[in-house]
Design a binder for this molecule. Structure first.
Ligand SMILES: [Fe+2]
Length: 606
């Protein structure tokens, strides 16, 4: 029963919270700081098994007054210019299935109303309270991260008032008139509101970021890494952060016993001499990472070195070291890009996300069957929860022997954002910083390799944020072949999925610059279109753009019947090899399963 949460009732300081709420201001603890202090205290005082069995009540009992006040008031704030009723529209499943964690609603005297909103089969219940003109502070969605995040409606109490909402925090919240067809969340991937109670007619909607539901987790938050780092370098990967002809970036990790690192490298042909000369030593930049939730190894160091002034089309051998004379890794190698048009091939894979050992088999199959592929492109959702270092530990552990020999080019999927900002993605890959100026570096970037352009975009962002840059980047390139890699597909394969918002914005750009192939993920079922132009099948392959959705991990979705599909499969993980030939220019695209069986093939002649 709602609000019969005894543990909450018997904690005496809640009555003081309302007073505290009224006086919140510059000195209040932020939700981020409250989470940090609460998580540290829990990690220090309890074993993993105890933390995993804690109920919301037990979690609440561990919190200080200041932390509770932050969780109750500081999640969302805004100012209203007139008296108004504020509706917090909560996912109804919180009531049906378990303890209601939004303790602050009661303490702020919010009352459950009959007001309901539905959106795409999800139902939201209105909790309402009248506010005078001035400050409104709202609390967290939950400690569990379950279900959808609430959104907000504000209705002036007097008909003659014109409501103005200002000082909104976080600033990414958007306001809109509450009506059918408007989305409750800021990202256009979300479905719109399809019905609502009459009381909300004329109200102002505050659209929130749906991802915030998982940013305040204290329940089921702690874990251990199955792949702890040691003082010796491991999880070594190659990326590009600059021109592939002349530079090579190398990343690895160690435990906190090794806080510095270096790369030793030389040309492979020099190393083959009977008495090879001394290698070049390049010092790495070392960065401390703390993941409070990993009880068995909260701290690791990552080390990054970008080798410059390399010779094009040249193989090098390298080792990474922990700073001690005998602390070098085994010898690996890389090859720089050619500085003239040359044939080459590369691998593209869709979502990894879950099932790393099985994915490793597919990766090994690609590595063994396509030894000449020069780099590997991953279309996002490389891990399941982007904020969890233990997932990245496991992911990288399964790339050993491949990504330390071949460059990996990753895109950001929605799962890289799960739990918070994708800072681990940003830190664990060093990528070109040539994207749009208005967004964080490494989210969108491009590079050229031989006669091909590769543009990688982060479709978690609003398309308006990068479409201008994408248009310009595709337009300025003189490459023969143009590829775009992005996570959310323009042409979906999964059931109930259709990213119209993405197609509306990007399709004209891809058509205008005749992108040859768009490499995508997200839907976990294989689909390849024929050549598409103007949202219709083009007559000749050379006239249109091919769109591919593929999956490489073990999470597989059912396939929808799509008129634009040329080839489609469900329950199939694949890797793709794209072979770019010269004289005449020819693209040979092939898709293979884990056993090496060819599942799809396309040949495009320019
Ligand atoms: Fe996804």
């Amino acid at each position: 029963m709602l609000f019969s949460y005894n543990a909450f009732k018997r904690i005496p300081f809640y009555s003081a919270l309302i007073l505290f709420a009224v006086s919140w201001g510059a000195t209040a603890l932020s939700v981020d700081n409250a989470l940090d202090s609460a998580r540290r205290r829990l990690a220090e005082n309890y074993e993993l098994s105890q933390l995993r069995s804690m109920t919301p009540q037990q979690i609440m009992e561990q919190l200080t007054e200041e932390e509770c006040a932050a969780f109750a008031n500081e999640h969302i704030r805004f100012q209203i210019n007139c008296p108004a009723k504020v509706y917090v529209l909560y996912d109804s499943r919180f009531e049906e299935k378990g303890p209601f964690e939004a303790f602050w609603l009661k303490d702020h005297a919010f009352e459950r109303t009959d007001v309901q909103v539905s959106s795409d089969g999800d139902y939201f219940v209105g909790y309402a309270r009248d506010f005078d003109a001035g400050a409104v502070g709202l609390g967290i969605n939950s400690f569990s991260g379950n279900y959808l995040h609430y959104f907000i409606a504000v209705q002036p109490l007097r008909k003659e008032d014109t409501l103005t909402i200002s000082g909104i925090y976080p600033q990414s919240i958007r306001t809109a008139a509450f009506q059918k067809g408007v989305r409750p969340y800021t990202h256009p991937e979300w479905q719109p509101i399809d019905s609502y109670s009459p009381a909300l007619e004329g109200a102002t909607l505050l659209q929130v970021d749906a991802r915030w539901r998982r940013t305040t987790k204290l329940l089921d938050f702690f874990a251990e890494t199955d792949y702890p780092a040691s003082p010796r370098p491991d999880n070594i990967i190659l990326t590009w952060s600059s021109d592939p002809r002349y530079t090579q970036s190398i990343l690895w990790r160690t435990s906190e016993e090794s806080r510095q690192g270096a790369v030793a490298y030389m040309k492979k042909k020099d190393y083959r001499h009977f008495t090879p000369g001394a290698p070049v030593i390049k010092e790495a930049q070392s960065l401390r990472h703390e993941s409070i939730h990993l009880l068995n190894q909260p701290v690791i160091y990552t080390h990054t070195a970008t080798l410059t002034d390399l010779e094009p089309d040249t193989s090098y051998v390298y080792a990474v070291g922990d700073g001690s004379s005998d602390g070098w890794s085994a010898l690996n190698e890389f090859t720089t890009a050619p500085d003239k048009e040359a044939p080459f091939s590369f691998i593209y894979m869709g979502d990894v996300q879950v099932g790393y050992p099985r994915w490793r088999s597919l990766l090994e199959r690609a590595w063994q069957d396509q030894p000449n592929a020069r780099f590997y492109m991953l279309a996002g959702d490389n891990v399941n929860r982007g904020v969890d270092r233990n997932e990245w530990d496991a992911f990288f552990a399964h790339t050993t022997g491949v990504f330390d020999h071949r460059v990996v080019v990753p895109a950001l999927g929605n799962h890289e954002y799960i739990g918070g900002d994708p800072t681990l993605f940003e830190d664990f890959f060093v990528l070109p910083e040539n994207g749009p100026e208005n967004i964080a570096p490494e989210h969108c970037f491009s590079f050229e390799y031989s006669n091909a352009l590769f543009v990688i975009v982060d479709t978690n962002l609003l398309p308006e944020e990068y479409v201008g840059w994408l248009d310009e980047t595709l337009g300025q390139s003189h490459a023969v072949w143009k590829f775009v890699m992005m996570h959310h597909p323009l042409y979906s394969s999964g059931i109930n999925r259709d990213n119209v918002w993405l197609r509306d914005t990007l399709l004209p750009v891809f058509d205008r610059h005749h992108v040859d192939m768009v490499l995508q993920g997200h839907d976990h079922a294989y689909l390849r279109t024929g050549p598409m132009r103007d949202n219709q099948k083009a007559e000749r392959p050379a006239d249109g753009t091919y769109y591919v959705v593929s999956v490489s991990g073990t999470k597989l979705y059912k396939l929808a019947d799509r008129p634009y599909a040329d080839v489609a499969y469900e329950h199939l993980s694949t890797y793709q090899v794209i072979d770019l030939q010269l004289n005449p220019p020819r693209l040979v695209y092939r898709s293979f399963d884990v056993d090496g069986n060819m599942k799809d093939e396309v040949i495009i002649e320019k």
